[in-house]
Write a protein that binds this ligand. Structure first.
Ligand code: BGC
Length: 368
C-alpha cells in the first residue's frame, strides 16, 4: 500500500474528500477464496436469480457490459436480470427494489448516483442478498459488500502522465497551456479520476510548467454533468472563445473518450489546431481517432475482464466462499471501507495500440 492509501485508512471517516481514491499496489489477491471448506453448504442455489443494474449508456463500456453479463451469467447457470436505468436515478431505485422482490441472491450495481441507492441496497441486504458495487462505488451506506473496478485513481494518474508526455513530444519545452475536464459529479469515479490526474498535473501547474489559461482548476469547475458530450462541447466552446483567441491550447485533460471527442469537435469548429487530448474506455471512434493522430490517448479497461471478475465473485458467493479481494483499505465510502477487487488499467496511445488490443476482436482490426 502506498502512503495515500495508509493515510486514508487511518483517517477513514474523516477523509471524505478523498473518498475512493485508494489504490492497491499489488495485483495478486490478498484474500482469495478461502471461506468454503469442502462440503460446506452452498450459500444459494446454482440457478439463483442475479440482478445487474446498470446506469445510463454514457459510454460504450456499459453497453458492452450488458451482453457480457447476460451471456456470462447464463453460461454459469444463473438466471440473470440485467437492466439499464436510462430514465435516471428513480428508475434505478425501482429496478433494484424489484430485483430484491424477485428474490435476487446477488445484486450488482453500476450506480448512476452512488449516494442515492442506500434504501434499495439496504433492502437487498435485509433480504439476505449480497451487494456488489460494479465499476462505481456505492456511497454513504454499509449495505455494500464488495467493490469490483479498474483502479480509478490509477486511471487519472495515467491520463495526467499521458498529457505531459504527449505535449512534450510535440513541443519539448513548456510552458504549456491546458484545460481540465472532469466527469459527472454524481458518479463517485469522477472525482477519483480527477484527483489521480491532478496528483500528476498540480505540481506542474504550481511550478509554472502548465498554465490553465481559464483559471478553472477545481473539480467543480471542470465537471461535465451526466457525462454528456454536449455539456463538454459547450464548455469547450466557451473556454476557447473566452481564453484562446490569441493563446494556443496545447493540451486537454479529458476523463473519457466520449468527452474527448466532444472537445475535438469544438476545437475543430473553432478552426484551431488540435491539442493533445486524453481519454478513457477504448471506444471504437476514439481508437480510430488515435490511429488517425487526433485524440492522443485512451485507457484500456477491458470490460470483458471486469464482467468476468464480477461473475467469478458471484460464483464464489454461490458456493459459500469468499470472493477474491485485492484491497481492503482504500475504498472508503464514507461509512465503511469496502473490500475491493481492483484491476489494472492500461494507457494506450498510437505507439502501443496494436499490442494493447491484440486480443480484442473489434479493436485489433482498427490498429492494422
Ligand atoms: C466509468 C468510465 C466511463 C464513465 C462514463 C465511469 O464511471 O468508470 O469508464 O467513461 O463512467 O460512462
Amino acid at each position: 500500500m502506498r502512503s495515500l492509501t495508509k493515510l486514508m485508512a487511518a483517517s477513514a471517516v474523516a477523509a471524505l474528500a478523498l473518498t475512493g481514491c485508494g489504490r492497491a499496489d499489488e495485483d495478486t489477491p490478498t484474500d482469495t477464496a478461502s471461506g468454503g471448506a469442502s462440503g460446506a453448504a452452498e450459500a444459494f442455489p446454482k440457478d439463483a436469480l442475479i440482478g445487474v443494474s446498470l446506469p445510463q449508456k454514457t459510454s460504450e463500456n456499459w453497453v458492452l457490459a450488458e451482453s457480457l453479463f447476460k451471456d456470462g451469467l447464463a453460461e454459469a447457470g444463473f438466471k440473470g436480470d440485467v437492466q439499464f436505468a436510462n430514465g435516471g436515478v428513480g428508475e434505478q431505485q425501482n429496478q433494484i427494489q424489484s430485483m430484491v422482490t424477485k428474490g435476487a441472491k446477488v445484486v450488482v450495481v453500476g450506480a448512476i448516483d452512488g449516494a442515492q441507492l442506500g434504501t434499495q441496497v439496504k433492502a437487498a441486504k435485509d433480504s439476505g442478498a449480497t451487494v456488489i458495487a460494479y465499476d462505481r462505488l456505492l456511497l454513504n451506506t454499509d449495505a455494500v459488500d464488495y467493490y469490483v473496478a479498474y483502479d480509478n485513481f490509477e486511471v487519472g494518474v495515467l491520463q495526467g502522465n499521458a498529457l505531459l508526455e504527449g505535449m512534450a513530444a510535440k513541443k519539448p519545452a513548456g510552458p504549456y497551456n491546458i484545460e481540465l475536464f472532469a466527469g459527472s459529479p454524481d458518479d463517485a469515479n469522477a472525482k477519483v479520476f480527477f484527483d489521480g490526474a491532478m496528483s500528476v498535473l498540480k505540481p506542474k501547474i504550481d511550478d509554472g510548467t502548465l498554465k490553465v489559461v481559464s483559471g478553472q482548476t477545481s473539480f467543480n469547475q471542470a465537471v461535465t454533468q451526466g457525462w454528456k458530450a454536449e455539456n463538454a462541447q459547450r464548455r469547450a466552446d466557451t473556454l476557447l472563445s473566452a481564453s484562446y483567441s490569441s493563446a494556443a491550447l496545447d493540451g486537454v485533460l479529458s476523463p473519457n473518450d466520449t468527452l474527448a471527442r466532444a472537445v475535438i469537435t469544438s476545437v475543430k469548429a473553432a478552426g484551431k489546431p488540435l491539442p493533445v487530448i486524453t481519454g478513457q474506455d477504448s471506444e471504437v471512434e476514439s481508437v480510430k481517432s488515435i490511429m488517425a493522430g487526433e485524440q492522443y490517448s485512451t485507457i484500456n479497461k477491458d470490460t470483458r475482464n471486469l464482467v468476468a471478475e464480477t461473475i467469478k465473485m458471484v460464483q464464489a458467493l454461490q458456493k459459500g466462499e469468499k470472493p477474491t479481494v485485492t484491497d481492503t483499505e482504500s475504498y472508503n465510502n464514507k461509512v465503511k471501507v469496502v473490500p475491493a477487487n481492483l484491476l489494472k488499467p492500461l494507457i494506450v496511445t498510437k505507439a502501443n495500440a496494436k499490442e494493447a488490443y491484440a486480443n480484442d476482436p473489434t479493436l485489433s482490426k482498427l490498429t492494422q
